[in-house]
Design a protein around this ligand. Structure first.
Ligand code: C2E
Ligand code: MG
Ligand code: MG
Length: 757
């Protein structure tokens, strides 16, 4: 049946229903109200048949009550929420099948099997249901007509069902779209609110550029602009920025458009003479306009990073420069040297590394305090800079160590060495005049080690190590001089390192043993012994102390060695006492390295060993060298004072070989001088030898000091010394250094007659 078969009144009735329902929908009364009106109007049209209408929405897979103004409420409630499917009444099945389902007799139709009782108890006998399907294929609702009795639809009925289903679709779709729109509007509002908040807190400006660099959009809450924003729109960045910056931004923009990837770039703007640094980030924006233009745009977020940039630059500067002197630091020097060596490798240049160390600076620093020391180091830095203006770099490595890098165009090794040595000499000379601090003058001198970069293939660290080794050589030769690196120095440095390693092992394996060399009065009575350390290496045999003591001092192992000497010395004294063979007058002389007197722990350690072996300090003489006394270190004096109060005595070892002035002798509380063996050796051979012994003896008498001659090897020497009425003699002629067991035997023998108290 089609519309042409309807009579005029039927057509009018349908038209009026459509109009009423549409009016209500447009008025915005709500979907339920519009659908209830529709149901009532249809029921009115089919009222002689006692038709009842229902509209159920489909919510996911479930039926949802919408409008059924004349159906029993209990029935509607029971249907609400039922899952659609085959055999779920007429509506459940129609929505499931997506096609019209006409059940003429609920009482017998299998589709109603599960709902039959419900329907019949609510007085329902037939139900024709039609699915309402949107143009996009979505099943939205069912439109159904119920009858109290069993009944088949007429052609008119079927026509009406189609017509009203279409109307219902129109209204439901209308509400569906309205709902979608309000959801979208709410979501947009949320996004916008979030964006507004983000723009408030981030210090960025957001700019949208088109492909030719015109400002399309602009957004900033916090950004301080030099140009008012409203004047920006439509402008090209070429008009707004310096050509160079504009080109940089355009390059990044093109890159962004080409790759679609975010770009990060840094740029600088100078405004009113002030340099400002920005970090820009760009991203591609497709569909910026919704009008179908398919151009891509560039979002450019910019943030000022001047403060951070300055901090970074400052940190980078600090990382390369020494804070105290402002000179380049070690890292910087190493980088520079690396570059120099690259040039040397390419044959474009030659060069040299100079290592400088201030002689005795530690002493000055300790006695003046570090602040004064710092001031002096600053002066040293300035002088070095003055002397080496044309050099590549003067740097401070740390402490009192400096480095000078020289770059030359000379190729001959001799010429290079000559010009480098000249710089070295100038440096030495520039310290002829003393440094000044707080009105006091301080003489300093330097030791300079030079390593030449005269051939390709040299490595940074090798050159630095070689210059360092040369510097030590300059120091060893007395300081205030220049020394060039030689291969033999390298071997020496390697040997030292090797020795250090083996020493650590030897300490653990107890290969260090204290030996004792007897000391006798001129009459041959034993009054003491000097403890001398021995290292017995299983492979190399005995290693002499002169070879390992300096290395131990440099490596900081001397404290452990000294502990070994103390302990074994104390052990021996305790053993003698236990055997009741400890003479009333018997002292052990212990050699003390200068480092130890500067270190407070010495007193602590000695106290510890005395207490442990229940011994008194008057059993010990501590031998120090006169060089130690040259400085005026507070620590040294305080420590000596503390030790003297405990009863330790002090002797000056190797007297006559150092640089000390005699003035120190009477200022210092020492008890004994040991005339160095080099003078004793000359006795009977040269007049000078005897003259020195005489003068030391006379000096000691006038200062009331004991004198011991060490290194007595011959009868002749002994005889000559006998006349000088010295306090004691020590040497191979009487006894060689021996183990503690041998010394105990020696004490028991006739040759070891102890001196009487
Ligand atoms: P030193 O304190 O002047 O010790 C005297 C050195 O002369 C010892 O050498 C001793 O063996 C040697 N000597 C003794 N009588 C004669 C002799 O008649 N003729 C000759 N030619 N030499 C003789 P040694 O044991 O090789 O020690 C050398 C230096 O090593 C010592 O000189 C001392 O400065 C240092 N030393 C030794 N043991 C220690 C120690 O435990 N601690 C510290 N800090 N230094 C030590
Ligand atoms: Mg000694
Ligand atoms: Mg000596």
């Amino acid at each position: 049946m089609d519309e042409s078969e309807l009579d005029e009144s039927q057509r009018l009735a349908i038209y009026q229903i459509q109009r009423k329902v549409l009016e209500r929908a447009i008025r915005g009364d709500g979907l339920v109200s519009s659908m209830e009106l529709l149901c009532r109007e249809i029921e009115q049209t089919l009222k002689e048949d006692r038709a009842l209408c229902s509209i159920l929405l489909l919510d996911g897979q479930r039926l949802k009550h919408c409008a059924a103004p004349s159906l029993p409420e209990a029935y509607c409630e029971a249907i609400d929420g039922v899952t659609i499917g085959e055999g779920i009444g007429s509506c459940g099945t129609a929505l499931f099948r997506r096609e019209q389902v006409v059940v003429t007799d609920i009482a017998t139709d299998p589709l109603w099997q599960d709902f039959r009782d419900l329907a019949m108890s609510n007085g329902l006998g037939a139900c024709w249901s039609n699915p309402i399907i949107a143009s996009d294929g979505a099943v939205l609702a069912s439109f159904a007509i119920y009858y109290p009795d069993q009944r088949s639809p007429s052609r008119l009925h079927l026509y009406l069902i189609q017509a009203f289903s279409a109307l219902a679709l129109l209204v439901i779709d209308h509400y569906r779209l309205a709902e979608q729109q309000s959801r979208l509007t709410a979501a947009l509002g949320k996004i916008n609110a979030r964006l507004t908040a983000v723009m408030q807190v981030i210090p960025d400006v957001a700019i949208v550029l088109d492909q030719s660099g015109h400002y399309i959009d602009f957004c900033s809450d916090t950004f301080e602009l030099t140009t008012p924003p409203q004047t920006l729109w439509g402008q090209s960045i070429e008009n707004l920025f310096e050509p160079e910056l504009a080109a940089q931004v355009m390059k990044v923009a093109r890159e962004t458009l080409a790759t679609g990837e975010m770009q990060i770039f840094e740029y600088e703007v100078v405004t009113e003479g002030e340099r400002r640094v920005f970090e820009g980030r760009t991203a591609i924006v497709d569909d910026f306009y919704t009008d179908g233009r398919d151009d891509s745009y560039v979002l450019w977020m910019a943030r000022e990073v001047t403060t951070r940039k300055c901090a970074e630059e400052n940190a980078a500067r600090l990382a390369l420069f020494d804070a105290l002197t402002g000179l380049p630091n070690r890292r910087h020097a190493e980088e520079q040297l690396e570059q120099l060596l690259e040039e040397v490798n390419r044959g474009h240049a030659s060069g040299a590394v100079m290592f400088l160390d201030l002689n005795d600076f530690k002493r000055i620093n300790d006695s003046l305090g570090h602040q004064q020391g710092d001031l002096l180091l600053q002066q040293v830095a300035r002088r070095l800079e003055d002397q080496t203006r044309r050099s590549e770099m003067v740097a401070r490595l740390g402490g009192d160590e400096f480095i000078v890098l020289l770059r030359e165009t000379l190729t001959g090794k001799d010429e290079l060495a000559e010009s480098t040595a000249a710089v070295g000499r100038r440096i030495l000379d520039c310290f002829n005049a003393p440094l000044e601090s707080q009105g006091h003058a301080y003489s300093v001198s330097v030791s300079v080690g030079i390593a030449l970069a005269d051939k390709p293939g040299l490595k940074t660290e090798d050159l630095l190590r070689n210059a360092d080794a040369a510097m030590y050589e300059a120091k060893r030769l007395g300081g205030n001089r220049v020394a060039f690196f030689e291969e033999s120095l390298q071997r020496e440095a390697d040997r030292r390192l090797d020795l250090e390693r083996r020493m650590v092992q030897a300490i653990r394996s107890m290969h260090f043993v204290a030996y004792f060399q007897p000391q006798l009065t001129p009459d041959g009575a034993l009054f003491g012994a000097e403890a001398l350390l021995r290292w017995f290496d299983p492979e190399e045999g005995a290693i002499p102390p002169d070879a390992f003591i300096p290395v131990a001092e440099r490596a900081g192992l001397i404290y452990q060695l000294q502990d070994i000497v103390f302990e074994q010395s104390c052990q021996m004294l305790a053993e003698l006492r236990k055997k009741d063979r400890l003479p009333p007058v018997f002292r052990l002389a212990i050699n003390i390295s200068p480092l130890q007197l500067q270190n407070y722990k010495l007193t602590e350690r000695l106290d510890f060993f005395l207490a442990r072996y229940d011994l008194t300090a008057d059993r010990f003489t501590l031998e120090i060298t006169e060089n130690l006394l040259m400085g005026q270190q507070q620590e040294t004096y305080q420590q000596m004072q503390a030790l003297r109060q405990r009863g330790f005595r002090f002797a000056i070892d190797d007297f006559g070989t150092g640089y000390s002035s005699l003035a120190y002798l009477h200022r210092l509380d020492v008890d004994q001088l040991k005339i160095d063996k080099s003078f004793i050796r000359e006795l009977g051979e040269t007049a000078a030898g005897e003259a020195i012994v005489d003068s030391v003896a006379a000096l000691s008498r006038s200062l009331n000091l004991e004198v011991i001659a060490e290194g007595v090897e011959t009868e002749l020497q002994a005889r000559i010394l006998h006349e000088k009425s010295l306090t004691g003699l020590q040497g191979y002629l009487f006894a060689r250094p021996m183990s503690s067991a041998d010394l105990m035997d020696y004490l028991g023998s006739s040759s070891g007659n102890p001196a009487s108290a």
